[in-house]
Ligand binder design. Structure first.
Ligand code: ATP
Ligand code: MG
Ligand code: MG
Length: 638
């Protein structure tokens, strides 16, 4: 059942406001701040905003809420847009809060003009006191600036704009209602002068995002003697020293864009009153804000600052390391966009915060991959088997279906005298409760016509590792059917150059943390890092069907990936037309290599008995690197 049909989102739709003139369709926005990569939690916000609009035949904006120059970057802006498109959504328009800086400034002056805002010079602790103290134990009162003449506030606001005040020395506050029980009505900030962060590397932390929301960080800076202006802003440069707060910006930008349903997380529930208050004071179109529960994921960390620490201390290789839960990391790991969307849909949407363990997410991904990706055989840790009773040049082609679903088709793979099997599928000493290969024991090779029986093995005397297993091919001489073995193992064969397996380095992804709540570790979350979070198998082998899977990726194409493939195709065509107009100058094959090289994450498959795998972006022409997306079953380990 679609999450839009029943429950919270259906109720919200019933309440749809009558839009301003010209607006008749559902219009939503996804409003990220470009201060980091999106993470799995954001996929819920994306699915809700884009999905809700789509479901009702409406439109969704991608609006970058870029009102804090400290920490916002073009790089994040690009990455976020890319992620939204990867998930298969097309914003009707891409906007930035900063597009409206002039218009917002004019409205701030208009608000001052009508007595709705004043410039305040109080420190953070003075403001806390005016708001009734830390515990709300004291009566609330307005400061002396609250009653200053409108013209004085106007002059001071322009002085703020013109750089006459340092960060924290002045802010514009809305003149709301101190009697109201809702703290969001206690004269919240409209404009502040943001300060440069002490450590430029240090990025925002979502765990504190609401309190630490840029709206009041001007006041904080005054107490720490911080006087450097933040900036430059990645879009408006040095034009502004003052920046509008979330509380001032969000409702107005929603209004400008004709948003009908402004859907946000429940931390903003109390803000709904000031949202309506400001649009009302300024007499502009009032969209409807409604709040849903966040998606919180345990067993990992999503905080930008903490991810930065993991990278800096080399626990992970980058912010898109497949062990992380940023969306670029999940993408790189090979999780299909459709799996993420179906996961969000499965969870449904209510006002309550949804707490999910990463394991549950993986279960959902596994279920999705099971029915969507092709299968082939991959041996993680190969050991050589020589089938002594086959001639050296023996070659049989064996048909292997790509799936249980015949519609996915099949491919043929070579079977030869030399095959490689998983080291863990062989035992030196047989036992009655063991069903795979051991001396004297017969085992089936998946889809091969006849089973094999191990006869002996050779060891490297220096390491004690088995180097070769000798076996015989159990093909009855009289042409009768062979006895069906108790179990079947996966394998790859090697005969000629053309029929040799493809080598790969496989990275097995294990949980990055030992506990479900790394942030709660008494000595800090880094102490909770699992030392075996990644196991590397440098000599894995894949059967030859991999080439076809790689050529056909994404396979099968799904919404987001099809869009991506189409973009690639456009490029391909582009290359072709370039080639025809500039003979000799352009490689006409560029389009193809672009597609394969640029989208490694769309090449995924099931390695029978071993899990789901995907090409990692570190792969090169010389070296193929695969990530294991998830195991076949929960907790099977290797
Ligand atoms: P973070 O600090 O984790 O990036 P944020 O709230 O600061 O979180 P924004 O970039 O402001 O991130 O978020 C963009 C949108 O995504 C907002 O509407 C926000 O409410 C929503 N969002 C962020 N995190 C989650 C989550 N865990 N679950 C659902 N929606 C979320
Ligand atoms: Mg954010
Ligand atoms: Mg935020």
């Amino acid at each position: 059942e679609s999450m839009f049909k029943v429950g919270f989102l259906s109720d919200v739709y019933q309440e749809r406001p009558v839009g301003p003139e010209g607006i008749s369709k559902v219009t939503t926005r996804f409003p990220p701040e470009p201060n980091g990569f999106l993470h799995i939690g954001h996929s819920k916000a994306i699915a809700i905003n884009f999905g809700f609009a789509k479901y009702h035949g409406g439109e969704c904006y991608l609006r970058f809420d870029d009102t804090n120059p400290a920490g916002e970057k073009k790089e994040y802006d690009d990455s976020i847009e890319d992620t939204v498109r990867w998930l298969g959504f097309k914003p009707v328009k891409i906007t930035h809060s900063s597009d409206n800086f002039d218009r917002l400034y004019a409205l701030a002056e208009a608000l001052i003009e009508k007595g709705g805002a004043y410039v305040c010079h109080c420190t953070k602790s003075e403001i806390v006191d005016q708001r009734g103290g830390k515990k709300g134990e004291k009566p609330r009162y307005g400061c002396s600036h609250r009653s200053r003449p409108t013209s004085e506030s106007m002059t001071e606001f322009r002085a703020m704009r013109d750089g006459k005040y340092k960060p924290g020395e002045a802010a514009l506050r809305m003149k709301q209602n101190l009697e109201d029980g809702n703290p969001q009505m206690w004269d919240v900030f409209a404009y502040r002068i943001p300060a440069k962060k002490k450590d430029e590397e240090e990025e925002g932390d979502e765990e504190e995002s609401r309190e630490n929301d840029t709206r009041e960080n001007g006041a904080e800076a005054a107490e720490s003697n911080e006087v450097q202006y933040a900036g430059p802003h990645y879009r408006t440069g040095d034009k502004w020293k003052i920046y509008p707060t979330y509380d001032f910006t969000h409702c107005l930008c929603d209004s400008f864009e004709g948003i009908t349903h402004s859907l946000c997380t429940t931390e903003f529930e109390l803000s709904r009153v000031s949202y309506d208050w400001l649009n009302n004071e300024l007499d502009v179109y009032r969209p409807m804000q409604r709040e849903y529960g966040r998606l919180s994921v345990s067993g990992t960390i999503l905080s930008k600052r903490k991810i930065h620490e993991l990278v800096k201390n080399k626990y992970v290789r980058a912010r898109d390391d497949p062990r992380l839960y940023t969306l670029p990391a999940l993408r790189r790991r090979g999780v299909p966009p459709g799996a993420i969307l179906s996961f969000v849909n499965e969870l449904g949407v209510t006002k309550a915060v949804t707490n999910i363990e990463v394991k549950r997410f993986e279960t959902s991904v596994r279920r999705y991959l099971e029915v969507t990706v092709p299968r082939l055989m991959l041996v993680l840790d190969p050991v050589k088997v020589v089938i002594d009773n086959l001639p050296d040049d023996h070659l049989e082609m064996v048909e292997l279906p790509f799936s249980k679903d015949p519609a996915m088709g099949s491919h043929t793979i070579p079977f030869a005298k030399i095959v490689y099997i998983e080291r863990s599928d062989f035992r030196e000493v047989d036992s009655p409760d063991y069903f795979r290969l051991a001396p004297g024991k017969t085992v089936g090779l998946m889809k091969a016509p006849f089973p094999i029986t191990a006869t002996s093995f050779e060891k490297d005397p220096s390491t004690g590792n088995i180097t070769i297993i000798h076996a015989t091919y159990e093909k009855p001489a009289d042409g009768s059917a062979p006895k069906k073995p108790k179990s079947f193992i996966h394998w790859v064969a090697s005969s000629s150059e053309r029929h040799s397996p493809i080598k790969a380095e496989v990275r097995i992804i294990n949980p990055l943390f030992k506990s479900d709540n790394p942030a709660a570790h008494p000595e800090g979350f880094l102490k909770d890092v699992n030392p075996d979070s990644e196991e590397i198998f440098p000599n894995a082998m894949i059967e030859t069907g991999f080439e076809e899977i790689r050529r056909r990726a994404p396979w099968p194409a799904e919404a987001g990936e099809k869009a991506v493939a189409d973009e690639a195709k456009t490029d391909e065509e582009h290359a072709r037309s370039d080639a025809s107009t500039m003979p000799g100058n352009v490689d006409a094959d560029r389009g193809d290599s672009f597609k394969a090289a640029a989208r490694p994450e769309t090449c995924r498959f099931q390695g029978m008995r071993m899990g789901y795998f995907c090409v990692d972006k570190e792969s090169s022409a010389e070296k193929l690197v695969l990530n294991r997306i998830v195991s076949l079953k929960e907790d099977t380990g290797k």
